[in-house]
Write a protein that binds this ligand. Structure first.
Ligand code: DOR
Length: 426
């Protein structure tokens, strides 16, 4: 039994407390205290349901030099995540049930965050032949996506949505039109022109989202079940508007935004630093403001990291050649707690919802609230500020665009079903 004393509770429903939370048998036993072997003082801190990340590149199998399940899932629990959806753009791609099963088995042995593998929508993520959706779901896949690549064949995407819908699996899309994106390494516009860098235009995202929404309309008309489309790492004002209109029209679409698109803009590229090179690229302040609106009005369902670790050597190289990607599992919550809640008054329960109930809903999971009887997958977060120190990351990617930023809201205790998986109490 663990007792977390005098702690505020924050979940999607609001804030309460301080209360004394008694945890045992994997559940919240009481909000009125009780006897426990272990007592944690939660004074000044707040307890939230464990976070779920819809989008992490854990690189296993094949690119363990960048990350593996052990380092990635340790990074996750340090970031307050109890559940992680791993992306299938590994080497080889996760496109077969036995690979999904092997990943899950290995992750279970680590006893850190729970792993929910996403599987490729197409064999080898080549965009041609659909994977075997039924066996993949049976093996434990929770989402289908060719993320990292774009879905060029609209008919294949439609067929994927139709196949996945009776099984209740969402299909997630990396929405960028490669013929517009071309070799862009940053947002297309005046700044890219000034820096002499090839631009990736916002229209590449918007055009692809518009197409995918039409594909979803078609699949919905032809399916007995509800096909669910999830738009990954939405980065533009126009893309957001398209999703908002589609939601208003009742289309079963959901969307996520990343910590980097919510906290950084294209201005970061002024130093030609590949740490800020990511796909889709960092956009303008106007786009960022639009995303913040989208977090508030429900157009965005989730904040998902798109944690994309590469080796430091790769990310220190030439900007034009460096790979795309920003790692953020260990900083996502403190970053947005500080930048959005503390500095801009973004409501804390809504922020927590975007890390918990929002992503859970995308996967069709029930909400997780802090009440007696609820599963004790929890995170304790404290306001004490400290600078981001990437050299101390558990992730193999020991660099960060936010290095040195002073943040509060760090996870000091993470529990999965009542078991402590991360502890950094003072
Ligand atoms: O920046 C990115 N990195 N975007 C992607 O879509 C893929 C990811 C990766 O796998 O590195």
């Amino acid at each position: 039994m663990i007792l977390i004393r005098n702690v505020r509770l924050v979940d999607a429903m609001g804030e309460r407390g301080p209360l004394d939370v008694l945890i045992g048998e994997g559940r919240i036993l009481s909000l009125e205290g009780g006897e426990a072997q272990r007592v944690v003082d939660g004074t000044g801190c707040f307890l939230a349901p464990g976070f779920l990340d819809l989008h992490a590149h854990l690189r296993e199998p094949g690119e363990e030099v960048k990350e593996d399940l052990a380092s990635g899932l340790l990074a996750a629990v340090r970031g307050g995540y109890t559940d992680v959806v791993s992306m299938p753009n590994t080497k080889p791609a996760v496109d077969a049930p036995e690979v999904v099963r092997a990943l899950k088995r290995k992750a279970e042995g680590l006893r850190l965050a729970r792993l929910h593998p996403a599987a490729a929508l197409t064999l080898g993520q080549e965009g041609k032949e659909l994977t075997e959706v039924g066996p993949l779901k049976e093996a434990g896949a929770v989402l289908l996506t060719d993320d990292g690549r774009t879905n060029e064949d609209a008919g294949v995407l439609a067929a994927g949505l139709l196949m996945a819908s009776p099984l209740g699996l969402p299909v997630a899309v990396h929405a960028e039109d490669p013929s517009l994106r071309r070799h862009g390494v940053m947002n297309d516009g005046a700044l890219a022109d000034l820096l002499g860098l090839p631009g990736n235009p916002p229209e590449a995202e918007a055009a692809r989202i518009a197409r995918d929404l039409e594909v979803l309309r078609y699949a919905r008309r032809r399916s007995q079940a509800t096909p669910r489309l999830h738009v990954q790492h939405l980065s533009t004002r126009r893309g957001l508007e398209l999703v908002r209109e589609a939601k208003r029209a009742g289309l079963p679409v959901t969307a996520e935004a990343t910590p980097h698109h919510l906290s950084l803009t294209e201005e970061a590229l002024k130093g030609f630093d590949p740490l800020f090179k990511v796909a889709p690229p960092l956009r303008t302040e106007e786009d960022r403001e639009a995303l913040l609106e989208g977090l508030l009005d429900g157009t965005l369902d989730a904040i998902a990291t798109d944690h994309a670790p590469h080796t430091l050597a790769e990310k220190e190289g030439d900007l034009l050649r460096a790979p795309f990607g920003i790692p953020s599992l260990e900083v996502a919550f403190p970053l947005l707690y500080t930048e959005l809640h503390l500095k801009r008054g973004f409501p804390l329960p809504r922020l927590v919802a975007l890390f918990t109930d929002g992503p859970r809903r995308v996967l069709g999971l029930p909400p997780l609230h802090l009440e007696e009887g609820a599963e004790a997958s929890l995170v304790l977060l404290c306001p004490k500020e400290r600078p981001v120190d990437p050299t101390a990351f558990a992730s193999k990617a020991k660099y960060s665009p936010w290095a040195g930023w002073v943040l509060g809201g760090w996870p000091v205790l993470t529990l999965v079903e009542g078991r402590i998986v991360h502890e950094a109490l003072e």
